[in-house]
Design a protein around this ligand. Structure first.
Ligand code: PRP
Ligand code: URA
Length: 209
């Protein structure tokens, strides 16, 4: 069963409060999403495997460590996921970036796929799928289906705010995918928005409303 990690780091919680505030403008919203993504990436990469190496310091030869294991791929769910990519690349600049384009049909709330482009060596990478919001779970479930269909076998999902409904759906449909969340909120409202949430993440990131 996929594990669910809710980050309680004070910096993440503080920044998320400003992100939630409806008075926070696009520029600050975007900067803070970027910063929180970096902080979350720091936590999410805690289990990366290391290998022993020798390094020649100015003083002597030393036993040291470097990253080992599979290469990373970051996959934002368009559009809002784009806001989290640079924050992750700050820490892992060698990661490749794929894209899955989905939007929620406003009537049915079901995801509609319009774009997929992934690194060519999908089977060989560990993926982090990112989206600020996990609401009904439809978009995340569909994006992860899309990756698996193309050969991905190792996937984590990272979001800022999740509704319990979305977490349950993910655990049921993708039990192999661990979920990393900055805040687990109360519920969804009748329009499928997370309560209390932060509103429409895409619109707030890109200033489209
Ligand atoms: C938002 C958000 C997620 C999705 C979450 O995207 O960024 O992708 O809704 O909702 P769900 O869990 O119920 O699927 P939206 O469809 O508004 O598209 P956008 O990113 O282009 O604004
Ligand atoms: N998508 C958003 O951007 N916000 C929500 O609260 C739910 C889905």
């Amino acid at each position: 069963m996929g594990k669910v990690y809710v980050f309680d780091h004070p910096l993440i919680q503080h920044k998320l409060t400003i992100i939630r505030d409806k008075e926070t403008g696009t520029k600050e919203f975007r900067e803070l999403v970027d910063e929180v993504a970096t902080l979350m990436a720091f936590e999410i990469t805690r289990d990366m495997p290391l290998q022993d190496v020798q390094v020649q310091t100015p003083v002597c030869e030393a036993n040291a460590k470097t990253l080992a294991g599979k290469k990373l791929g970051v996959v934002p769910i368009l559009r809002a996921g784009i806001g989290m990519v640079d924050g992750i690349l700050n820490l892992i600049p060698a990661a490749k970036v794929g894209h899955v384009g989905l939007y929620r049909d406003p009537e049915t709330l079901t995801p509609v796929e319009y774009y997929v482009k992934l690194p060519s060596d999908v089977e060989e990478r560990d993926f982090i799928v990112v989206d600020p919001m996990l609401a009904t779970g439809g978009s995340a479930v569909e994006a992860i289906h899309s990756l698996k269909k193309r050969g991905a076998t190792s996937i984590k999902f990272m979001c800022l705010v999740a509704a319990p409904e979305g977490v349950e759906v993910m655990k049921e449909i993708h039990p192999d995918v661990d979920i990393y969340i900055a805040a687990l909120d109360e519920k969804l409202n009748e329009k499928g928005y997370i309560v209390p949430g932060l509103g429409d993440a895409g619109d707030r990131l890109f200033g489209t409303k």
